[in-house]
Ligand binder design. Structure first.
Ligand code: C2E
Ligand code: MG
Ligand code: MG
Ligand code: MG
Length: 286
């Protein structure tokens, strides 16, 4: 009896694995098609300097609405694209669109593009960046690229060299999700970048968790003292923002408190609202 149950469970398990596998395979085919036909889209999330009430930058975030499965998280499809070896095509398309979109915005807002660790294994990324800048006419100083620490695991010296050249072009380099993964504080002294984006896991339980705030404050202070710009990611509430202000941890802020990712066409309105009328979120704080 129990043996038969075991066998049924096993059969069900194998069936499930098989379904899972087929689902992944079909998603991969659909993603290939979506990238080839430019069916992915971009939304932009503001990165704000609350002291100056200024939209410093907008981060380009990829979106994919699958015809049957609806919206699929970039965490899922970026990893698929990496596995399939087509992440370079996605990155190229994002860079071109983001630079073009940024040129349409009012003010001096920069645009930020996420690079995959795989993009940093090939110097070809440098030509891709130059061509996105040339084609759009965007000055390099208005482009930021974001990379995570995982980019330095495989071939650190190659990744360093590529980032150094990106900075030499005049673009900015951010370390994304800082403090998670393989992070080591010594990175702050060795990597070629100018901006630290502190991962949102350091803000989650602020202000309730005092120890978390101390940790955040330590990373913030250290990064500032070393001369980096600092973005704190994932700030969702007024209360969190107020706690960051009290702790003197405010340089640039990205998070739902200042807005969800928006379509490119809405960025100029946001800039106008923020800079000329001040956004409601800003009026309520100290
Ligand atoms: P990321 O680069 O760290 O981007 C920030 C993520 O946090 C975005 O999720 C954003 O919507 C979300 N977020 C922003 N503010 C808040 C907040 O206040 N609270 C919370 N809970 N979340 C917030 P999204 O768009 O789902 O992207 C997830 C990740 O997918 C990105 O993390 C990035 O690693 C990757 N990704 C997205 N687009 C691209 C792309 O075009 N290329 C590459 N290589 N990766 C991308
Ligand atoms: Mg990012
Ligand atoms: Mg991040
Ligand atoms: Mg400032």
């Amino acid at each position: 009896e129990s043996k038969r149950n075991g066998k049924n469970t096993w059969t069900a398990f194998v069936q499930e694995m098989d379904d899972e596998y087929r689902h992944r395979q079909s998603l991969m085919e659909d993603l290939r098609e979506a990238i080839a036909t430019d069916a992915l889209s971009l939304v932009y999330q503001p990165i704000i300097d609350p002291d100056r009430m200024h939209v410093d930058c907008c981060e380009a975030l990829s979106r994919w609405t699958h015809p049957e499965h609806g919206s699929i998280s970039p965490v899922v499809f970026i990893e698929l694209a990496e596995e399939m070896g087509i992440i370079g095509d996605l990155t190229r398309s994002v860079l071109h669109t983001a630079c073009r979109d940024c040129m349409t915005w009012i003010g001096d807002v920069s645009v930020s593009v996420n690079l995959s660790a795989i993009d940093l294994r090939d110097e070809g990324i440098l030509a891709t960046i130059r061509s996105a800048l040339d084609a759009s006419g965007l000055p390099a100083r208005r482009l930021r690229v974001e990379v995570t620490e995982s980019a330095f695991v495989r071939d650190p010296s190659k990744a360093h060299g590529i980032l150094r050249e990106i900075m030499e072009m005049g673009a900015s380099v951010s370390i994304d999700d800082f403090g998670t993964g393989y992070s080591s504080l010594s990175y702050l002294n060795t990597l070629p970048f100018d901006t630290v984006k502190i991962d949102r896991s350091f803000v989650d339980d602020v202000p309730a968790d005092e120890r978390q705030l101390k940790l955040l404050k330590g990373i913030f202070r250290l990064s500032r003292d070393l001369g980096f710009d600092v973005v704190i990611e994932g700030v969702e509430t007024e209360e969190q923002l107020q706690a960051l202000r009290s702790a003197e941890c405010v340089d640039q802020i990205q998070g739902y408190v200042f807005g969800l990712p928006l379509p490119s066409a809405s960025v100029s309105e946001l800039v106008a609202t923020t800079e000329f009328r001040s956004i409601p979120a800003l009026r309520n704080v100290s």
